[in-house]
Design a protein around this ligand. Structure first.
Ligand code: CP3
Length: 333
């Protein structure tokens, strides 16, 4: 069994597997090299040869316990026919929504449009470099995709009240997203994903109606994935109550963010835990990195724990610090 599945399914606490969110990304010079020549980010995600190379870059350097496919949560809006563009030093920028068009779409449309992602997974499953490792496929949670699709840009300053104005639009989109996110999960599993992670990056912006925006839509995806026989990790970033979330949604593993005090939840969460370390710690010095990393490892010494960060690794991160992090995690115990 792979180390992460052994942690999730057998609750093995003798080994802490490690992988990092955004491990295939801009902190790697070899990624920047490819990115320079491929200015269209969506096109790059749909180039299964280059995506495979990028997915494997962090595995070759650090021998992480899992490969996460090089892709993006915004491939779903793109697959539905909404325009998605990534602007340099700005982030994603989405086009207008055509609800009537979305409602008429069938499964084949999205499956065909995203087929290079499934080719990527098929090719990776045959690749010797990821033998005995997990192959993590992923999706954005309905709430976070709703935020991008309606707000059209990252809601860095929060959401305005007008976001919630059109309830028909919101309710219809939530239904459409449930259907097509499930399809994308099923397709990734069929192509070889051994674990699915659900990223709810803007869950912290939900202030009311937690059932409608957080619990119900996530539970629907979690139950669906579990029924396909594949473990599912949830990352509802920024929520106040990881304990309640774990009890209601019951994913196989929960990723915590860096604002959450691990000591406060360890006694009340009975599922395996992943992540937590503030990615900014990797921008400090080796001693601090060692102390902060060991803090998490010690707190979770007797709890099934996969080492990861409390959000994606920052582009400014130095390779040497990632090497040091891996060493500290591997040398623990
Ligand atoms: O983790 C990995 O290594 C796998 C690949 C991955 C990417 N995006 C590649 C990427 C994953 C898992 C994601 C998830 C994702 N995408 C999330 C959820 C996680 C999170 O960060 O909260 C979100 C919100 C997105 C949407 C997105 N994609 C944004 C907001 C941005 C721009 C901001 C930024 O960090 O540049 C992206 C672009 C993106 N996705 C990059 C990468 C490597 C950077 C692209 C570049 O080279 O400019």
């Amino acid at each position: 069994m792979t180390p992460i599945k052994n942690c999730i399914l057998n609750r093995d606490t003798s080994f802490n597997p490690i992988w990092l969110m955004r491990q295939a990304g801009r902190y790697l010079p070899e990624f920047r090299e490819i990115r320079k020549k491929n200015t269209n980010f969506i096109k790059l995600c749909l180039d299964s040869k280059l995506s495979e190379e990028i997915t494997l870059q962090p595995i070759e350097r650090f021998d992480f316990d899992a490969a996460i496919i090089f892709s993006d949560i915004l491939m779903i809006p793109y697959g539905l026919g909404q325009e998605v563009e990534f602007k340099k030093n700005f982030g994603p920028n989405l086009g207008n929504i055509d609800l009537d068009k979305f409602e008429k779409l069938n499964d084949e449309f999205l499956t065909n449009k995203l087929s290079p992602i499934y080719d990527l997974l098929k090719n990776l499953s045959k690749n010797e470099k990821v033998k005995n490792k997990d192959l993590i496929g992923f999706v954005g949670a309905p709430w976070t995709l709703l935020v991008y699709m309606i707000n059209k840009v990252s809601p860095k300053n929060g959401l305005s009240n007008s976001f919630f104005k059109n309830t028909t639009l919101i309710n219809n989109l939530l239904n459409i997203l449930d259907k097509f996110i499930k399809l994308h999960i099923k397709n990734q599993i069929k192509a070889g994903a051994t674990i699915i992670q659900i990223f709810d990056s803007w869950a912290g912006l939900i202030k009311t109606d937690f059932d409608k925006y957080l619990y119900k839509p996530t539970l629907s995806l979690v139950d669906y994935t579990k029924n396909l026989g594949v473990p599912v990790i949830c990352f509802p970033r920024g929520i106040k109550n990881y304990v309640e979330f774990s009890k209601i949604v019951k994913p196989n593993m929960i990723n915590i963010d860096y604002n959450t005090d691990p000591k406060k939840l360890i006694d009340d969460i009975d599922i395996p835990i992943q992540g937590g370390l503030d990615p900014k710690i990797l921008l400090t010095d080796r001693n601090n990195l060692k102390t902060q990393t060991r803090k998490y490892l010690e707190i979770f010494n007797n709890h099934p724990y996969v080492f990861n960060l409390g959000h994606g690794i920052l582009p400014e991160t130095k390779i040497e610090m990632v090497e040091e992090l891996v060493r500290v995690v591997r040398d623990f115990k």
